[in-house]
Design a protein around this ligand. Structure first.
Ligand SMILES: Nc1ncnc2c1ncn2[C@@H]1O[C@H](COP(=O)(O)OP(=O)(O)OP(=O)(O)O)[C@@H](O)[C@H]1O
Length: 311
């Protein structure tokens, strides 16, 4: 059996309502296991409960009920070991402006009780590309550098599991590339990676498996390819010699003329075959110059499963 990096059972979180507001059930009984060594994506619309889940894993939010095991350690029974097994790169860029990157990494290592002889401050600075800024005050660092420092801070205690909360929101392409190449390297070295992202394409490229959370529940969890494959829709794109006067498609297929003059025909693979679509075009007298196909992507999966409120 694969070892599980994270095992969550029946996890609930109810925030007390503030100023007379009703209590908020942010997590309504989440069961989720994340295999060791994977890159796992946690997706969901705003307010779905992702941050709550991550913050519970990080030990920053107290759960209402349920069980959380990190690297085999129960959070309630072995809080210290479960905490030592995980590192979190948070979203917010708040940091003490008077710390230098070296100072921030050293303080963080101290907080985790990493003995001086075992600290890897120079190696981490090198990895996050801040060796030449090691002694600069944080307030002089750019947003991108601060983010890299946050990644470095999450790594000081060499955790088994690294959680990245929206690591690439609003960052430029170069930083995104650097982050992903670091993440891949860490994963190749055996680190389990959990990431939340709003960029579905990114999740599709990076993650082995994905869970989608909506309204405090895991509504789907599968291998990325299987998730995308689960969608039945298929689109054929035709470039025709001349526009068709009329095209009679099978009843459940639909057509759309795109701005670039390409005719897009979408159908359900479980209902129709590509042959039926081609036959309909031939019957309409269409001369096909070129045909390509479009498979559904994660966005289609996402929209078909959630209320489509992702922004
Ligand atoms: N401290 C809090 N007190 C009360 N309600 C909260 C608190 N933190 C979060 N919530 C509510 O719990 C729900 C889940 O929030 P959470 O931040 O976990 O969602 P999210 O999926 O991370 O969203 P986002 O992508 O916007 O960060 C939301 O309805 C939110 O308003």
């Amino acid at each position: 059996m694969t070892q599980q990096a994270i095992e969550i059972t029946g996890l609930r979180k109810t925030y007390a309502g503030q100023k007379g507001a009703a209590p908020k059930d942010a997590l309504k009984g989440v069961d989720l296991s994340i295999p060791a060594g994977s890159i796992f994506g946690l997706l969901g619309p705003n307010g779905a409960g992702k941050s709550t889940l991550i913050n519970i894993l990080a030990g920053l939010v107290t759960k209402t009920s349920g069980q959380v095991r990190i690297w085999g350690f129960d959070q309630d029974i072995n809080p210290r070991q479960s905490r030592a097994a995980i590192g979190v790169m948070p979203q917010e860029l708040n940091m003490d402006p008077f710390f230098t990157p070296r100072g921030a990494l050293e303080v963080q290592a101290g907080l985790y009780g990493v003995p001086k002889s075992q600290r890897r401050t120079d190696a981490i600075l090198e990895m996050i590309g801040l060796s030449d800024k090691a002694e600069a005050y944080a307030r002089t660092l750019s947003g991108g550098m601060r983010r890299r420092l946050l990644l470095g801070k999450a790594l000081v205690h060499a955790p088994h599991v690294l959680v990245l909360d929206e690591p690439t929101a609003g960052v430029d392409i170069e930083l995104r590339r650097m982050l992903w190449s670091n993440v891949r390297k860490l994963n190749e070295q055996g680190m389990t990676i959990i990431l939340t992202t709003h960029y579905l394409e990114e999740a599709e490229q990076m993650c082995d498996e994905i869970a989608i959370i909506d309204h405090g529940r895991v509504i789907v969890r599968d291998k990325t390819a299987a998730l995308v494959g689960r969608l039945d829709a298929k689109t054929l794109l035709f470039r025709l010699a001349q526009p068709l006067a009329q095209l009679d498609l099978p009843p459940q297929a639909r057509q759309e003329m795109r701005a670039d003059g390409v005719l897009a025909v979408t159908y359900r693979r479980s209902v129709h075959t590509a042959g039926e679509i081609l036959a309909a075009l031939a019957a309409a007298g269409g001369t096909i110059l070129d045909v390509t196909s479009e498979d559904p992507d994660l966005e289609d999966v996402f929209l078909s499963l959630t209320s489509g409120t992702m922004d």
